[in-house]
Structures are given as C-alpha cells and as structure tokens.
Design a binder for this molecule. Structure first.
Ligand SMILES: C[S@@+](CC[C@H](N)C(=O)[O-])C[C@H]1O[C@@H](n2cnc3c(N)ncnc32)[C@H](O)[C@@H]1O
Length: 273
C-alpha cells in the first residue's frame, strides 16, 4: 500500500468527486428519514494544506486553490459552502469529513481504511462523534457485510487508489455484491482516467449482472494521452432524480474555471463497448 491521499487531497479530481458527493448527500437530506453512508476507502478524512505532502505536489493549490480564487459559480455553491470552513482553517476535508458534516442526528457514517497510519488518523479525526464508525478494515470485504443498513436509505462510496491492475475488477465485483444485498442503495464508484478503460471494466461487471440503471459522470482537465492522469469520474448506480443535471452543471462550472480543454461529460445508462 504505497498510495497516500495526502499528496493529492484537494486536487481537481477531489473537487469534482466531492462536489458530486455533496449533491448526493443533499438529496438524502431532503427527506426527514435517517440515512446511512458507507465510505469503503476513507483516507484520513482531513488534510493539512500546508503539509509537506501538499506543498510537494502543489495539487491542492492547482485544484481547490484555483476554484476558490475564481469568480463565484452558483452551481458549485453547495460544495464550496461545505468545504470553505475547513479551507479557512488551512485544511481540506476528505470524503469522511464532508459526509460527517452533512449528517443530521440519527444519520450514520461507516468509514473503512486499510492503511494502519491513515486508519489511526481517521479514527482520531472522528473520536467523539457517535454517528461515525471507523473500521480499520478492507473496504471490499466490509461492503457486503455492512449493507443493507437498517435505515434502508443511503449511499456507498467506493474510492480506491487503483494501485493494482485488478482493482477495477474488485470495484465491479464489490458493486455487484453490494447491490445484490441492497438493490435500492445509491452506489458511487470513483475511477481515474488515463487511457486504460477502468470505467469500462466496472461497467462490464454491472451490465453482466443486469444492472443497467447507472450514470457516468466524468471530469477531465485534458483529453487522455495515456501518460498523465487526465481526470476522473464516477459510476453511479441508482442516482437520485435530476442528479445528472446537477452534477452536469457543477462539472460545466469547473470546466469554465479550469479552462482550455477541460470538460465534463455525463452519460446515462452507458453501454460498454
Ligand atoms: C483515494 S484514497 C480515498 C480518498 C477519500 N475517499 C476522499 O475522497 O477523501 C484511497 C484510500 O484507500 C485506502 N485503501 C487502499 N486499499 C484499501 C482497502 N482494500 N480497503 C480500505 N481502504 C483501502 C488507501 O490507504 C487510501 O487512503
């Protein structure tokens, strides 16, 4: 396990992923009934923007730094309103901190993290919040064990580092297993875009299992060239009503901010091919 999210937290990929996460959680908050979130690959939950890791890559400055310095974009307001209090204190919130900040009394978050140091940091960041359960555990194994939740409504976020070639297959299998136990849950799996068809592998697993109702939302800084990470996307099963339009508008706002060839693409029920 070499991947450490501290080097990348707050980059343009995190910005798009977390803008989508906030929009999904806003949907869940619209009903009074409690909801459950499972974050299978949590990271540490909170990142110091002045840490050597962040300064070494400069990714946060080039990501959330640029977004906050740009002219206001109303379609990014739900996301920016949630993260600004952290950034004002020199921190960038990871997915667990964003989710925890949007839980109401009665809602729950379970977060898995396998790296021992990151799991310890994660636990420390949520000590004292009884709504958040931190598991030092393999997120893929935890997924089918922790769903369906008694709340019966909620979200599973699968956001692995893709360090091995098998990871896309693991994600696809985990989604199918999770949906087999919780057919009505919202499942969102993040994937990187280089040139290697990771999304296609995930979609093949879903289609082979007869799961066709999904959305692919992608944000690229530049077209994939096979060398650099061009951007990332989310495969979302059971997306809330009109989420496609909301994330499309947020992605278009990001494309305006980053300029040049940056683009957001939203595809409904994609057919892998
Ligand atoms: C991309 S980062 C997660 C970022 C986080 N979701 C966010 O948005 O702030 C992926 C994390 O997964 C952890 N990890 C890798 N394999 C894992 C596994 N099998 N189960 C749980 N966590 C894992 C890594 O240590 C890393 O912290």
């Amino acid at each position: 396990m070499n991947y450490r999210h501290a080097f990348h937290a707050g980059n343009h990929i995190d910005v798009f992923k977390h803008a989508a996460l906030v929009l999904l959680l806003e949907h869940l908050r619209r009903k009074a009934k409690p909801f459950f979130v499972l974050d299978t690959h949590g990271g540490t939950g909170l990142y110091d923007l002045a840490a050597p890791e962040a300064e070494r890559t400069g990714e946060a400055a080039d990501g959330i730094g640029r977004v906050l310095a740009a002219a206001p974009e109303p379609d990014l307001a739900p996301y920016l309103d949630r993260i600004r209090p952290f950034v004002d204190r020199g921190r960038y919130p990871g997915s667990p901190a964003i989710t925890a900040g949007m839980l109401r009394d009665g809602d729950r978050l379970a977060v898995c993290e396998l790296h021992p140091e990151d799991a310890a940091a994660l636990r420390g960041n949520f000590r004292g919040d009884a709504r958040v359960a931190v598991h030092h555990r393999d997120g893929y194994e935890a997924l089918p064990a922790l769903v369906p939740p008694p709340e019966r409504r909620g979200l599973v976020l699968v956001d692995p580092p893709y360090e091995s070639r098998q990871e896309a297959d693991r994600v696809g299998r985990a989604l199918v297993a999770g949906l087999g136990k919780w057919a009505t849950g919202i499942f969102a799996a993040w994937y990187p875009v280089k040139a290697d068809g990771i999304a296609r592998t995930i979609l093949h697993h879903l289609h082979a299992a007869g799961i066709g109702d999904c959305l692919q939302a992608e944000f690229l800084r530049h077209p994939p060239d096979g060398l650099r990470l061009a951007g990332g996307g989310l495969v979302i099963v059971n997306p809330p009503w009109r989420f496609d339009q909301e994330i499309g508008r947020a992605g278009a706002a990001l494309a305006r901010i980053f300029g040049g060839p940056a683009a957001c693409t939203i595809r409904q029920r994609p057919i892998p091919g």
